[in-house]
Design a protein around this ligand. Structure first.
Ligand code: BGN
Length: 279
């Protein structure tokens, strides 16, 4: 049972929220297109979402406390689709959650990994989050049983993506959507900050986990399906090979330990906490 693998944020008690798997449901994949678009304010009101994209169940005690970190730049349509889809998805799982959109200022090439570090740092300032989901805004979890909470081991959540024909392209892939407890994340000094441009930062992170002896886990391909929203491919960065070659030298000095950035703006928007950062 996959739920034996879960790492709870809060101890079980009377009236803890139940988590049930509905096997029949597992065969019926969800698609983002089937979700209606709603005005953010109307949606927040209808679903009881607090400013900054926070929610927790009120009729039972949640077992999981999660910060969802989304690096972002210039993907407005995907952001809208994602928010419309993900809140009902997370609420059905009875999570105590908050969504963070970490937008990178326009100047430099996109740095996905560093934005994850910024998200971790900013979220941690606000609340003692137990579990972090780091994921791309273009990835839609299709199976309601793919629980957005942490496991005893760091988890690669998006092992079965439509663009890879629902197959894992290589066993060390740790990109897309991942779940780590705060402890697991801090153990490896977070992500490297040096990966500007597309590619390699997730491979670097995987080698960090391996260097600390942290095995990764995945749920089966029946649970871990994702649907990737269509977008233009980013050109891969040429620096990624060299950065990867020197990975091991930087594990302890490059990460959350030396993280430097400036918050240029921030807002509690109806469906998420928005942070604009210069990295
Ligand atoms: C890999 C990329 C990953 C990316 C996956 C899936 C690199 C490093 C040089 C080999 N790695 O090739 O970052 O998540 O593809 O798209 O480019």
């Amino acid at each position: 049972d996959i739920y034996d693998e879960m790492e709870r944020s809060y101890p079980a008690r009377d009236n803890s929220c139940m988590i049930t798997i509905n096997p029949r449901r597992s065969s019926q994949l969800l698609y983002p297109e089937e979700h209606p678009r709603e005005h953010p304010v109307a949606m927040a009101r209808r679903l009881g979402i607090l400013p900054g994209g926070q929610w927790k169940p009120l009729n039972c005690h949640p077992l999981f406390n999660v910060a969802i970190i989304l690096p972002y730049r210039n993907r407005q349509t995907q952001l809208t689709i994602f928010m419309n889809y993900i809140h009902p998805f997370l609420q059905a799982q009875n999570l105590d959650y908050r969504i963070f959109v970490i937008e990178q200022s326009p100047v430099r090439e996109f740095n996905r990994a560093k934005l994850f570090n910024v998200g971790y740092a900013e979220a941690t300032k606000m609340n003692d989050f137990h579990c972090f989901i780091f994921q791309d805004i273009d990835l839609i979890p299709q199976n309601p049983d793919n629980i957005y909470a942490c496991t005893k081991m760091p988890r690669h959540m998006s092992s079965s993506v439509n663009t890879f024909r629902y197959n894992l392209p290589y066993s060390g892939l740790f990109g897309g959507a991942i779940a780590l407890t705060r402890k697991q994340f801090e153990r490896v000094n977070g992500f490297s900050n040096v990966f500007y441009g597309w590619g390699g930062e997730d491979d670097d992170f995987y080698s960090r986990l391996q260097s600390k002896g942290l095995q990764v886990t995945r749920f089966g391909p029946d649970i871990a399906q994702y649907y990737m929203l269509i977008h233009n491919k980013e050109p891969p960065s040429s620096a990624r090979f060299e950065n990867l070659e020197n990975s091991a030298k930087r594990y302890d000095t490059d990460g959350i330990s030396n993280l430097e950035y400036r918050v240029l703006n921030h807002q509690l928007r109806p469906l998420y906490s928005w942070i604009l950062a210069d990295v």
